[in-house]
Design a protein around this ligand. Sequence first.
Ligand code: SF4
Ligand code: FES
Length: 200
Amino acid sequence: MITFDINGQEVKARPGWTVLETAREYGIDIPTLCFHPAVSASGACRLCMVELREGSWSKLVASCIYPAAEGLQVHTETERVRNVRRWVFEMLLAACPASPEIAEMAARYGVEGTRFKSHNPQQNCMVCGLCARVCEEVVGLSAIAIVDRGIHKRVGAPFAKPTDVCVACGSCVTICPTGAMQTLFDSVRGVPITALTQLV
Ligand code: SF4
Ligand code: FES
């Protein structure tokens, strides 16, 4: 077992665990959006930032992708962590103004609004990739993927070509943390599956 500290409490992690997994084992709260235990972590949303301290030195890391290591001193509620968490929530609120899930979570952490400009009031997908990862890693189909780059990055069919491999299992809807996949499915309810797969 790997022994380290979270908020001054000694914790033990199995080899291969991340800081986030260890914190969850001990009931220590760290907010996450793009993490789900069923699929690999990607570090996309940066909401799970924690502070690692050693003497006067410290750095912020994404706990969902940071491996547990002997002797780490992790802090989840320092001023620096709260500050970066607020910034991340504000950026997410601006990027996905149509997601009540993000707004509710932000409010739970005391963030009720954003200083950043929103470019699309309908947007609720934060392009975290959870839907694509569950399709590939759990369902084994890769019917959807994250396509394009930069500000054009979005969920789509691989190579932007219509696909008929979707079996409509609903895993992407279930795992989506923002309600974006549900919105998409609601907008095409009743449409034959071949047409549906051309929309994503
Ligand atoms: S649809 Fe949902 S799960 Fe997929 S990338 Fe967008 S926010 Fe993430
Ligand atoms: S939960 Fe760690 S980066 Fe999103």
